[in-house]
Design a protein around this ligand. Sequence first.
Ligand code: KQY
Length: 323
Amino acid sequence: MCVSSAQYEKVHNWMQDQPNIRILEMSMNDAWFRDIGPTFVRCDVELRPGFQGHRIAGIDWQFNSWGGLEDGCYDDWSLDSLVVKKILEVERVPRFQHEMVLEGGSIHVDGEGTCITTEECLLNPNRNPGLSKEEIENELKIYLGVRKVIWLPRGLYGDDDTNGHVDNICCFAKPGVVILSWTDDESDPQYERSLEAFTILSKTTDANGRKIDVVKIHVPGPLYMTEEEAAGIVNLGNAKPRPPGTRLAASYVNFYIANGGIIAPAFGDPKWDQEAYYILRAAFPNHEVIMIQGSREIVLGGGNIHCITQQQPAPLSGLKNEI
Ligand code: KQY
């Protein structure tokens, strides 16, 4: 867990009886480690003759605060841009630097050659105006090792900070199964976005030629920022304004998959929180599902649990990450 110097002592004390959690002081502009942390990749190799293993590396994409000075969220991301280097140096994992602007929340992979992303984000001129869709897709294929990229036109309604990151609209439960943010309310602007994604996902096949099974998970609310919440936001510099009444980009698919556990957002919406819990339990029968009510606090900043986390593959059992 990375914490600022101001929070270090408090968090260190809280976590004293948690032997599996290491606390690392980290300078950062904000907390969105999905987007500013390394995208870890893994390559299966024969480490020594007859000895199968894998190597890991971290991709260091360019980060421009979700759209650069004119169109992004914040006007200073100088500390966020250094996070990948720091984590990979601490972990002694090789760093693959990339020139393309990309955030980890804008891609999802199934681990078997398929990537899902959105055109709203990756083709937005505020990211890589000089690259065509085909060129971006090629970079994803080369760096992520995927063979097929599924392009959804748009992300979640109201996810304006990120320009429609895929991690709020859908995610893989396992290869061949995608959980999709849904609404039954045809008058909700979310409806046409969900339907559009559903149509594409159900018609396409993944990298291995499998049809995709789409599991719908209803969005909460709709939820809006209250006067009190808007008043509580400290706007440093030229951060995007957050007026009261703003529709929150709230979605249950923005969860973190840990070893044996799913840490998922809950929003104080009894009906949909509970349904989400049952859907996630069915989708991940070997994981314990924990729903976090306090996640409303995170969604006020434009993301959720998936956005503030980043999974890191362990080096092969007992062996060092030989390179
Ligand atoms: O969706 C994410 N991966 C991050 C959300 C960042 C929002 C910044 N205000």
